[in-house]
Design a protein. Structure first.
Ligand SMILES: [Zn+2]
Length: 589
């Protein structure tokens, strides 16, 4: 490590973040965080003088430069731009979202309109759900949860409940819930009106037949038939079967986008009952038809949605025109988010489920809200990520879940209990001299009121000596080898220091000897679990499969659903505490 360079870097960052003036203490603190050895080194008087000298020189040098030179040097020397600093800052403080265009306090009405065709996933919440809720609250308006359940072939009863459960878990409470399936009669009445005004017709073309007509920009034979409303009644009464008739809106057949030429509004589905209305209705509205009717009737003022909906928006506008409604909705559009490394879209999840690659919608590998919450992502972290992503209009191609995990660790750190879980345990036998050893680790570091996990460990007699037995993780083997080769010591957190004597993998045990009780600076620490009665069997459910190991006795005190940090292993949540066996969910490192 080149301290001159590190000092220069932080002096520059500090300066450009504070109108061109770096401050010695701030720079020093940043160096402590980045290079912890420096903090230790300044305990010695000589080292301290040397280090302070270097930092003072850097600060003086940087402060002698112009702001523009500082910015240039930071970029040239360290590849750090002002924009990167801004972004980092935004990550740290919760960013206020921008004002909503055309928003009037007390008058904003927003809606989140999921279809009950699966569990809500992170992508839906980050934008549509969170922002609609946020802005309704911000302007003392109304947030409506609208269930878009007009396709009985796709909706399932259970998802109605899940949508509500998941939003409640996130704290996104709605002021009103609306089921589109409650409004079928109303859709029919409105459709009668359009028939009476000659603005729609029943089309019996097969889909490819119809495409051929509109490709040539000519009407199909059904468009101008007399007595159109009779055909509509035939649709409702059951004269036509599924696939034999649709209601189409008469539009401009010369529109450049073929999707805008006489789009369908309603169609027949009689093959499956609707989960809420059974077989009572057989003609169901298509998405755009129900959507614009609802937006109009509910007095929605702002629709926050993905920009991919442009064609839909134009179709909805044409429907509104047909009804003679002047629609005063502000459409706020955002870019797509692609979350890397996981099947994010419902269709991907559904096909993974079909292929049996996933166990269910709460499979820990999924980023449905219920899977994330269950595995130990705190609702607050999801909200923080939503504000972080905000209303960016450009597409975000690679939103890494790591950003969510960073927020989550920040939320959980002051509240989650710590516990030692040892995966793939190896027995460590320590020859000791004392009769009793106590270990003491805080439930939550920095929060003494929460108390400690305290153990009194008694060595057993073996071959004339005294042996203390603990479990350590196989994943620490490499570190143990390194320490052993260097003939240095290792610390068992909260217990003692040890010196490795022998690594016997065939016998599955490691021999060590006691090397002092007091903590020594700069010594690697590993976690451990007392062997014998003070250890319990534990399973940790991770996205990569279920891991088996041992957990310390105090895990018995944890409640189901409680957040934990398995020290040096990862954040997570207690899934099921069965007393003798503890099941945990792993969230992230
Ligand atoms: Zn036709």
């Amino acid at each position: 490590m080149n301290l001159h360079r590190v000092a220069l870097k932080y002096a520059l960052i500090n300066a450009v973040s504070h109108e061109g003036r770096a401050e010695f203490k701030a720079v020093l603190n940043k160096i402590f965080v980045d290079v912890p050895e420096v903090k230790e080194a300044i305990r010695s008087k000589e080292k301290r003088e040397e280090i302070f000298g270097i930092v003072e020189d850097s600060v003086r040098y940087v402060n002698s430069m112009s702001y523009d030179d500082q910015v240039r040097m930071l970029e040239r020397e360290f590849g750090i731009t002002l924009q990167m600093l801004e972004e980092k800052k935004a990550m740290k403080t919760r960013i206020g979202l921008p004002e909503l265009p055309n928003a009037v306090k007390g008058k904003v009405v927003t809606r989140f309109a999921p279809a009950p065709t699966g569990a809500i996933h992170l992508g839906q919440v980050l934008r549509a759900a969170y922002l609609s809720w946020y802005y309704a609250r911000k302007y003392d308006g109304k947030f409506i949860l609208r269930i878009e359940d007009t396709d009985p072939r796709r909706v399932k009863r259970v998802y109605y409940d899940w949508i509500q459960e998941d939003l409640r878990s996130l704290g996104l409470e709605w002021d009103e819930i609306v089921y589109e399936s409650d409004h079928f009669d109303e859709y029919y009445e409105l459709t009668y009106r359009l028939f009476e005004e000659g603005k729609v017709y029943v089309c019996n073309c097969k889909s490819d037949e119809f495409k051929r007509f509109i490709a040539r920009k000519v009407p199909c034979p059904h468009r101008d038939k007399q007595g159109a409303v009779d055909y509509w009644e035939d649709m409702i009464s059951g004269k036509y079967r599924e696939g034999e008739a649709v209601v189409r809106l008469k539009t401009d057949l010369t529109a450049d986008n073929p999707a805008l030429r006489d789009p369908p509004l309603l169609r027949i589905i009689e093959s499956v009952p609707h989960p809420r209305t059974g077989y009572k209705y057989r003609v169901y509205p298509l998405y755009n038809y129900a959507c614009i009717i609802e937006d109009h009737n509910l007095g929605i003022t702002h629709v926050i949605r993905a920009k991919e909906h442009e064609t839909n928006q134009r179709i909805q506008r044409m429907i509104a025109d047909a009804f003679g409604w002047s629609i005063d909705i502000t459409y706020v559009e955002y870019g797509m988010i692609k979350i890397t490394g996981v099947p994010a879209h419902k269709r991907d999840i559904r096909s993974a489920l079909r292929r049996k690659e996933m166990e269910g919608w709460d499979d820990p590998r999924l980023i449905t809200i219920r899977a994330l919450l269950q595995r130990g992502i705190h609702p607050e972290a999801i909200k923080m990520l939503a504000e972080h992503v905000g209303m960016t209009k450009h597409d975000i191609e690679d939103l890494s879940l790591k950003t969510l995990f960073t927020y989550n660790a920040r939320v959980l750190s002051p509240m989650a209990k710590r516990i030692f879980f040892v995966e793939d345990p190896l027995l460590l036998k320590i020859s000791v001299s004392g009769d009793v050893y106590t270990s003491r680790n805080p439930w939550i570091p920095g929060n003494e009121e929460m108390g400690y996990r305290e153990y009194r460990l008694c060595p057993v007699r073996e071959n004339g000596g005294r042996i203390l037995r603990v479990y350590i993780s196989k994943s620490d083997l490499e570190l143990i080898r390194k320490v052993s080769e260097a003939d240095s010591i290792l610390r068992l957190k909260g217990l003692m220091n040890i010196k490795i004597k022998n690594i016997d993998l065939m016998g599955g045990e490691i021999l060590a000897e006691e090397a002092g009780i007091n903590e020594v600076k700069g010594v690697d620490k590993i976690h451990w679990v007392p062997a014998g009665d003070l250890s319990l069997k534990a399973f940790v459910i991770t996205p990569g499969g279920t891991k088996e190991g041992v957990i310390e006795f105090y895990a018995q005190l944890l409640s189901n659903g409680e957040y934990v940090q398995m020290e040096r292993y990862g954040w997570g949540r207690v899934y099921r505490n069965e007393g003798e066996v503890i099941y945990l969910m792993y969230a992230h490192k």
